[in-house]
Design a protein around this ligand. Structure first.
Ligand code: CA
Length: 417
């Protein structure tokens, strides 16, 4: 349904992530002003509070108060019919030559003049483990190369409940976490700063429609509940994780921080980039059966910047590789009657491809530290060092239509004393 002839009257670079086909939502401030909901378009943020105050939302007629807001949760809670109308309003305002917005260009704020904030009040956060390549790599390194995948993996979109309180927006510095680890060959654990700090290249989806306790969301209906997607860095302390994870899974090795992109890309914008996922063998149980194209072709990359900002690209991957799709993840999550809320965040799990250069974590890229990566400044990395900044980018492109997430960045600072 995307029309590649659709153009904005604004000057937008061909390689901009924020084309008229995208229109992702975020929360911004300008100077000492209040937090407001905006949409990214080219190099600008369109102030939706200003647009609504000018009565320019002629189809959706959304009250301006929704947009003077700490988060986009209230907007998502209006439901997809309403937010689809808002999207129609915005496309028209930004593309029509007779657009009234042209007389009110103050509503368009240059991006460098705003500060972006957490877009979502995250109600709950769950992280999956849905890339077969990632699960196989980890299983090969830590268990048995001949039986890398555990017996449940091809039957269940494996996941765990994460921590919502420590999800932060792009640009927030992260202190190296401290914790308990068991050094190789030692007979007692030690406490101290994590030595094997890692990123995990992920995407996340955000819930825009709630259910009641006891309800199930079927694979068929799952996309009605998914408002949009973000880029997601699920920071991981591998040495803490390795010692603590038996038998209940990830805990302090994961919950110190996860970083999301400031822009939430609505699912409508990603529709042109649907692709079929990998063949699932053996057949999944009926409640996990999906039809049609449920994967999305989104190019992803990770760079590591040194203190001077010199960047080395360390990974290029693609969201299309995921074995389990988002509909299956949500259907599985709710099949026992677990309710979901507007603002829930679901991480994809590390997105690795088949090639070593497409692995989505340092654990895999440096193969447990045995193959250090060369940086452009001549240094090497096995894991993330203090003052490194990890930058993730993601975009989809097809037939001249580009839709992207911008960046998710985070600098690592030394452990707190
Ligand atoms: Ca993860």
């Amino acid at each position: 349904m995307a029309d590649s002839t659709l153009k904005s009257w604004l000057d937008i670079a061909d390689n901009s992530d924020f084309s008229i086909h995208n229109l992702p939502y975020g929360v911004f401030t300008k100077g000492k002003g209040a937090k407001k909901v905006g949409v990214a378009i080219g190099d600008y943020v369109l102030d939706l509070y200003a647009v609504a105050s000018l009565n320019l939302l002629t189809k959706s007629k959304i009250n301006k108060s929704i947009f003077k807001n700490e988060f986009i949760n209230d907007l998502m809670d209006l439901g997809k019919p309403k937010t689809a109308q808002l999207r129609e309003d915005l496309i028209k305002l930004l593309s029509s030559n007779r657009s009234k917005l042209k007389q009110h260009t103050k509503a368009l704020i240059p991006m460098e003049k705003v500060t972006m904030h957490m877009p979502i009040k995250i109600t709950d956060y769950t992280d999956f483990y849905s890339s077969m390549e990632h699960a196989t790599n980890v299983g090969t390194m830590f268990r048995d190369p001949d039986n890398a995948l555990l017996p449940n993996w091809r039957h269940i979109p494996v996941g765990y409940h994460g921590r919502a309180s420590s999800v932060v927006v792009s640009g927030t510095p992260i202190h190296r976490p401290c914790g308990q680890t068991m050094p190789l060959g030692a007979d007692a654990p030690v406490y101290g700063p994590c030595r094997l700090l890692d990123f995990e290249l992920e995407t996340g989806f955000v819930i825009g429609k709630s259910t009641q306790l006891g309800d199930r969301v079927s694979c068929k209906d799952a996309e009605d509940y998914i408002f949009g997607m973000v880029l997601f860095n699920d920071w991981s302390a591998r040495d803490i994780q390795k010692w603590e994870y038996v038998p209940l899974g990830p805990f302090l090795g994961k919950n110190f921080a996860s970083t999301i992109s400031p822009w939430v890309v609505p699912m409508e914008a990603l529709d042109p980039f649907r692709v079929s996922g990998p063949k699932q063998t053996p057949k999944v149980l009926p409640y996990l059966k999906t039809t049609g194209k449920k994967n999305f072709k989104i190019n992803l990359e990770v760079g590591i910047q040194n203190k001077k900002g010199e960047e080395t690209t360390v990974c290029k991957s693609n969201f299309r590789y995921m074995y389990w799709n988002m509909s299956q993840q949500l259907a599985h999550h709710t099949v026992n009657g677990c309710n979901i809320n507007v603002g829930d965040l679901y991480g994809s799990g590390t997105i690795s491809g088949k090639k070593p250069s497409s692995y989505g974590s340092m654990l895999e890229l440096s193969w447990k530290g045995t193959k250090p990566l060369k940086m452009v400044d001549g240094t090497e990395r096995k894991f993330i060092q203090d003052y490194d900044t990890v930058v993730m980018r993601g975009h989809a492109e097809k037939n001249g239509i580009r839709v992207g997430f911008g960046e998710v960045t985070g600098q690592v600072l030394p452990a707190k004393k």
